[in-house]
Design a protein around this ligand. Structure first.
Ligand code: BG6
Length: 506
C-alpha cells in the first residue's frame, strides 16, 4: 500500500445495484482495488452487491475474479493483494430492485454493518434511476437523521432531452436532497480536466489574458478512433450529440469559461459553472441549422481493418439518421466571452484519439516583421490543453530564427504529465469515488447545470428530429467536409487531430 496524501475515506458500505453486470467488473471493482492499494479506502470499506442473478456471493466473486484475471489486473502483486483484502468484504443480495423485498434486506444489512454510512451506486440502465431512488427513500434508506450519510451515485445519461432531464431531476429531488445526489461525469475524474482550473487560476500570465480582448476563439475536440462496435443499440438511440456534448464537452467548456469562484468549495465552483452553461446562447431553428453539423461514418479502412458503415453496424437501423459526429459553433453570452466563438466537435472512427482544448489568441495588433518569400503570416499564440492521450500543455509562441536576417519561427513550450509525474495505472474514477465517500460534490454535476446543458443542445435535437441525414465521412478522417466549412467560413481552421503530438511537431 502506498501512502496517500489525504486521509482515507470514512467507514462505509458501497452498495452496487447491478453488481453482476459488466460495469461493476470492468470499472467499479478495479477502481476500488486501486483505492485500496493506495490507501484511499481502508478495511472499513464494505461492498454490498445487488443483482437479479442467483448464486450468492460465490457467484459474484467468481465472476469478478475471472474478469480480473483475464484483464491482467492480477499481474501486479500489489493489486492482487488489494483484491484479496477487498474480496473478504464483499456481500451479495439477490433480488429484483423494482420490488420492496430487496430494500428490506439492504436495510437489515446496514443496520448490522459496522457503519451505517452508505453510498448507493446505480450500475443499471437509466430508466431505473428514478425507481431505485424512490424505493430507497420509501424504505427509509435515504434518511440521514441518525448522522450517518446516505448518498446516491448515478452516471449519464441524465435524460435524453431537456424535458426528460427535468422530469428525472424532479423525481430524484422528490425523494432525496441535492446534497445526497452525486451525478458522475467521468471527464471530471481526469487529471487534465481538473487541471484546467489550476492552469487558469494559479497563473497570472494565463488568467490575465483570458477574455475576449485577447482570445480569438476556443476549440474543444473529443475525437475517438473507436467506432460504435457492439454498442449499436445504445448508440443508434443516442448519437454523438447526446452522448458527448451536454455532458463531457460542456464540462470542459464550463471549466474554460467560468469566472473565478470565491473558493474551491463545491457550491462556489458549481455556481460558476452553472452560470456559464446558462449563458450558452439558445439558438433559433435557423441559427441551429447554420451553427451545427452532423456526420455519420461510411464503410472504409481504419486501423488496418475494414469497418462497415455505421448504418451497417449490428443493432443499428439501416435507415438510421443518427449521427456519429457532431460539430457546433456556440457562444457564451457574458461580458468576458462576448463575440468569442466556441467550436466543439466530437466523433467516432476518426483519425486519432485526441481530446483537447485549444485557445487561440488574437493576432498581435501590428507586426513589424518583414515578410520573407512564402513565410506565412505571424501565427497567433495558442495554448493547447491536451486532455488525452499524451496528457499535457503546449504553449505556441513565435521566436526569432537564428541568423542575420530577421525571421520568426513558431515554437512550442511543452509540458507532459508523464515526463514529470508517475500517475500509475488508474481508471479515472478513483478521485470521483473518493469525493463521493468523503462528501465533496465539487466534481459532480448539479441539477441546474444538467438542465442548462440540455437547453443549449435542444434546438439541434429538434432540428435533426425533423428529418434529413448526417453528412458522410470516411473512417480515419477528421469528419465530414461540412465541419470544415463551419469553421472555415469564419476564416479559421480546426486544429489538427493528431493525438497530442502537435506540440512536439512545431
Ligand atoms: C462515454 C461515451 O461517456 O465517453 C462513449 O458514452 C465515449 O461513447 C466515452 O467513448 C469517451 O470517454 P473517454 O474517457 O474514453 O474519452
Amino acid at each position: 500500500m502506498t501512502t496517500p496524501d489525504v486521509a482515507p475515506a470514512p467507514p462505509l458500505t458501497f452498495v452496487i445495484f447491478g453488481a453482476a453486470g459488466d460495469l461493476t467488473r470492468r470499472l467499479l471493482i478495479p477502481t476500488l482495488i486501486n483505492m485500496t492499494r493506495s490507501g484511499l479506502v481502508g478495511d472499513d470499506l464494505h461492498i454490498l452487491g445487488i443483482g437479479i442473478e442467483t448464486g450468492g456471493v460465490e457467484m459474484l466473486l467468481e465472476r469478478l475474479e475471472s474478469f480480473l484475471k483475464t484483464s491482467g489486473d492480477m499481474e501486479d502483486p500489489a493489486r492482487e493483494a488489494a483484491w484479496q483484502s477487498l474480496r473478504k468484504r464483499i456481500s451479495y443480495i439477490s433480488g429484483d430492485f423494482t420490488q420492496n423485498g430487496v430494500y428490506k434486506e439492504i436495510s437489515d444489512y446496514l443496520s448490522h454493518a459496522p457503519s451505517a454510512n452508505a453510498a448507493f451506486y446505480f450500475a443499471v440502465p437509466p430508466q431505473f434511476f428514478g425507481d431505485i431512488a424512490e424505493k430507497l427513500s420509501e424504505n427509509g434508506l435515504m434518511n440521514e437523521a441518525t448522522g450517518a450519510f446516505r448518498r446516491i451515485a448515478i452516471e449519464k445519461p441524465f435524460g435524453h432531452d431537456l424535458a426528460s432531464a427535468q422530469a428525472l431531476n424532479a423525481r430524484l429531488l422528490n425523494h432525496t436532497h441535492e446534497s445526497q445526489i452525486y451525478r458522475i461525469d467521468h471527464f471530471l475524474g481526469k487529471e487534465t480536466v481538473q487541471n484546467i482550473m489550476t492552469t487558469r487560476f494559479a497563473n497570472m500570465m494565463i488568467e490575465a489574458l483570458w477574455n475576449n480582448n485577447y482570445i480569438d476563439h476556443v476549440q474543444i475536440t473529443a475525437a475517438e478512433l473507436v467506432d460504435v462496435g457492439t454498442r449499436g443499440k445504445f448508440y443508434d438511440a443516442t448519437g454523438a450529440l447526446r452522448d458527448m456534448v451536454p455532458n463531457h464537452l460542456f464540462q470542459l467548456l464550463a471549466m474554460v469559461a467560468m469566472e473565478p469562484p470565491n473558493s474551491f468549495d463545491a457550491e462556489s465552483v458549481r455556481n460558476e459553472k452553472g452560470k456559464v452553461l446558462k449563458a450558452l446562447r439558445t439558438y433559433s431553428r435557423e441559427d441551429a441549422a447554420r451553427n451545427g453539423v452532423r456526420g455519420a461514418y461510411t464503410a472504409g479502412p481504419i486501423s488496418g481493418r475494414d469497418l462497415p458503415a455505421f448504418t451497417q453496424t449490428a443493432d443499428v437501423s439501416p435507415d438510421s439518421n443518427t449521427e456519429t459526429f457532431v460539430a457546433l459553433k456556440l457562444f457564451v453570452d457574458t461580458w468576458r466571452w462576448a463575440g468569442v466563438p466556441f467550436y466543439l466537435r466530437t466523433g467516432k472512427a476518426m483519425k486519432a484519439r485526441d481530446t483537447e482544448v485549444v485557445i487561440t489568441f488574437r493576432q498581435v495588433p501590428f507586426a513589424q516583421f518583414p515578410r520573407h518569400g512564402t513565410q506565412p503570416e505571424l501565427p497567433p499564440n495558442r495554448l493547447i490543453i491536451q486532455v488525452q492521450p499524451d496528457e499535457g500543455l503546449d504553449m505556441e509562441i513565435s521566436i526569432k530564427k537564428p541568423g542575420l536576417v530577421l525571421k520568426t519561427a513558431p515554437v512550442s513550450l511543452d509540458f507532459r504529465y508523464a515526463d514529470n509525474f508517475d500517475i500509475g495505472k488508474q481508471t479515472g474514477y478513483e478521485s470521483l469515488f473518493y469525493e463521493l465517500f468523503v462528501g465533496d460534490q465539487t466534481l459532480f454535476q448539479r441539477a441546474d447545470g444538467i438542465e442548462a446543458g440540455w437547453a443549449a443542445v435542444q434546438p439541434f435535437l429538434d432540428l435533426w428530429a425533423e428529418g434529413g441525414k448526417p453528412d458522410p465521412y470516411a473512417p480515419g478522417s477528421t469528419g465530414p467536409a461540412s465541419a470544415d466549412e463551419l469553421i472555415e467560413r469564419d476564416g479559421r481552421k480546426w486544429h489538427q487531430i493528431d493525438g497530442g503530438s502537435s506540440g512536439k511537431r512545431v
